[in-house]
Design a protein around this ligand. Sequence first.
Ligand code: SF4
Length: 329
Amino acid sequence: MSNNNPQPVLELRNVSVGYESARGVVQAVRNISLTIYPNEIVGLIGESGSGKSTLANAIMHLLRNSAFLLGGEVIVQGQNVYDLNSKELKKFRWNRMSMVFQSAMNALNPVLTIEQQIADVFKAHRPQMSKHEIHDKAVSLMELVSIHPKHLRSYPHELSGGMRQRVVIAIAIALEPDLVIMDEPTTALDVVVQKSILDKIKELQKAKGFAVLFISHDFSLVAELAERVAIMYAGRLVEVTGSKELNLETRHHPYTEGLLRAIPELTAESVTIEGIPGNPPDLINLPSGCAYHPRCKYAMESCKTVPPVEKDVEGRLIACHLYTEEAVK
Ligand code: SF4
């Protein structure tokens, strides 16, 4: 982690995103602030529907249909992404920040070969490159993600799921961006392939030095890959912690604790898994006070009325009334 670096790669300042719906505005992302530094891998974790993908789309300025930025700033390499006009944004995206989407099959065009799809990126962003240079670049990108260059002639359906996902990663890093957002990049893959993709991401990140925001609902996956982990609940960050501290010996936000208790310990003699009771809240009609209070075993009276603010708890940021100045002492 390079926290002394004066220029973060990504700065989210009080970012809020809403969706128009027939029942009212869905508060998908609420007041999120997060900073990512060069060479850093930060995990973003939360149950499905917690707002993770909406936040990723907001960072990329890819909010669609009824979704809109309610407030806040998205700063990538010192540039407010929402100050760019559409032409500037087109240039900025993929050059400075890129995204690996959940489904590689949907991200790739089924009627174009892999080489055509890689070439399209260079034709759009590096028009001065010759055909020969683009081909050489495509070959080296395939080698970088450990796929034989003969597959440049393949169509997406001719590759395995793991290979397709590696192609998508190759395309995302083709222009050597400073920030790569990976939204559940291994969800559809089996455990062995997941592991090989994670190893590849780590290897590429070390070699190329880009920062990664790795989004997942899988706690163990994120903990293995990321140095810091941000935990999201009902559109809000409830904790930001070092992944090494992700254990039950360390004090956490009750939701983080619940997620940790829900992971089976494979080495334990007897496996006790505790799920989190209840369901994630309705984002149109959020519970008052702390949105987690209906599910929280530590909830106090104040939790029902007063929203908690983030506090620094031994280097971790936690938004919970348990960690008031007095409670920490
Ligand atoms: S603020 Fe209260 S309800 Fe919310 S997580 Fe903390 S103890 Fe639980």
